[in-house]
Design a protein around this ligand. Structure first.
Ligand SMILES: C[S@@+](CC[C@H](N)C(=O)[O-])C[C@H]1O[C@@H](n2cnc3c(N)ncnc32)[C@H](O)[C@@H]1O
Length: 431
């Protein structure tokens, strides 16, 4: 990475935007990827670049105190910074420059902070403004049961109605499996989610009467599908109270009382033995330290010869964890790692991994569909949760789609068996 100061033609004029551009040019090492407009009305930067409006000095303060993703996200969600351009396209152009010019490291971020500080003649950067109201505040020991409940509640208890408008009718909140290309007439997100659920049930070899444990069951998409379409007897586990209330109502409406039971329970408290165990996009919440305990629970709750399916997001190479934005606004304490490491940890628990199915582009298409719903219901959703949460979700969905598209994040289904008879897994992939 280089923060070498390249001479850049100083923009004419003496407004705040020009001063900022003068300060940022050397840090960015060339032309700015955006056009800046400041609160005094001044503008600088390439005329055809996405227009970013800095509406108050607080935006600069936030970026000064938290240079990079977090400060910019704080300024965006509070509305102190506005993007007058398609958000995906603007973020992509900025990210391309950050990547190509090696600007993601600490030295570049420090130089950015210095440049802001020098340019902030319109107001000393002083103390940082209070964090936005939407930023999660969690206390206590990392991944204690109490803290995990608070973290999960921050994200999942936004209201069932909110999620109901963004997700499809299955209420699956995880990557779908698109058996037909998105846009195929008559093939919807709900179809792709049902195809994912059936795929999981087939990989698990579910047959009528078999028992299934669904760890981190969300709004019950898999629990209900496995019971209704594969005749399984299912125990679902979640720590989000709103989710349990939602599924209990579904169980009643669909007459599945004898086949599905939902427990409001932490995965660490689950005891019992099931024919098969699934955990769909819950492992990200477990944390690095507790992951061995999580895999022990998966291995310990499945019968000998039984199958375990984990669907989980991964984050490549240098950046494990959740990333500053996700950790601050969406799901604090979230941890993702490269898929190979997860496979390793599952095997260390005594399970034999039989298949890893990469679904990265399926997540791009899934988030696409969520974004479409989010945009279509924008007005109603804003009434439900307020403008600031909507701006958090703008960044979450657009940024998430970019990360899957660029390969910085992935998602995989990992199928494992607990060694022992009967081991009914066919030598061929039959699903
Ligand atoms: C991303 S959602 C996935 C939901 C569902 N599996 C699906 O595919 O739609 C993650 C789920 O994990 C649950 N969860 C997170 N931490 C948990 C914990 N410590 N114990 C039990 N469930 C947990 C959340 O309540 C939520 O239901």
């Amino acid at each position: 990475m280089s923060t070498t100061l390249h001479p850049v033609a100083a923009p004419a004029g003496s407004g705040i935007a020009q001063e900022l551009a003068r300060g940022l040019g050397p840090v960015v090492g060339g032309e700015l990827p955006v056009r800046l407009r400041a609160w005094d009305g001044s503008e600088a930067g390439p005329a055809d670049a996405p227009l970013v409006e800095i509406r108050s000095a607080d935006a600069l303060r936030r970026i000064f105190w938290h240079p990079g993703e977090l400060g910019a996200a704080q300024a965006y969600v509070t509305g102190e910074l506005e993007v007058h351009h398609d958000l995906d396209d603007a973020l992509t152009q900025v990210w391309d420059v950050v990547r190509q010019r090696g600007l993601a490291g600490r030295p570049a971020l420090a130089a950015l902070a210095r440049a802001l500080s020098a340019a902030a003649r319109a107001g000393a950067l002083g103390r940082p403004p209070a964090p936005p109201a939407t930023q999660a505040r969690v206390h206590g020991r990392l991944h204690s049961k109490r803290r995990d409940r608070a973290v999960i509640s921050h994200h999942y208890d936004l209201s069932n109605e909110f999620y109901g408008r963004i997700l499809d009718e299955t209420m699956a909140y995880s990557s779908a499996y698109w058996r037909k290309p998105p846009g195929t007439a008559g093939y919807t997100l709900a179809d792709a989610q049902r195809d994912k659920l059936s795929l999981i049930c087939r990989k698990l070899g579910l047959e009528p009467g078999m028992t299934l444990l669904d760890v981190g069951c969300g709004w019950g998409s898999l629990s209900l599908h496995a019971a209704e379409h594969f005749g399984a007897r299912v125990t679902g586990v979640t720590i989000a109270a709103e989710q349990k209330a939602f599924i209990d109502e579904q169980i009643r409406q669909r007459g599945l009382e004898d086949r599905v039971t939902i427990r409001l329970q932490d995965y660490r408290e689950v005891v019992g033995r099931w024919d098969a165990v699934a955990s769909i996009e819950m492992g990200e919440h477990v944390g690095e330290e507790n992951y061995p305990e999580y895999t022990r629970v998966l291995a310990g709750t499945v019968r000998r010869g039984g199958r375990v399916l984990v669907q989980q997001m991964s984050r490549s190479g240098k950046h494990p964890g959740g990333g500053p934005f996700i950790e601050s606004f969406i799901a604090p304490d979230m941890h993702m790692r490269p898929v190979g490491r997860t496979v390793d940890l599952i095997e260390q628990a005594g399970l034999e991994v039989r298949d890893v199915h990469a679904l990265r582009e399926h997540y791009v298409w899934t988030v696409d569909a969520w974004l479409e719903n989010f945009t279509a219901h924008r007005e109603h959703l804003t009434d439900l949760v307020g403008e600031e949460v909507m701006r958090v979700w703008d960044l979450y969905l657009v940024g998430g789609r970019m990360a899957f598209r660029d390969g910085r994040m992935g998602v995989d289904q990992i199928l494992a068996v607990r060694p022992g008879e009967p081991h009914a897994l066919a030598p061929e992939r039959g699903w």
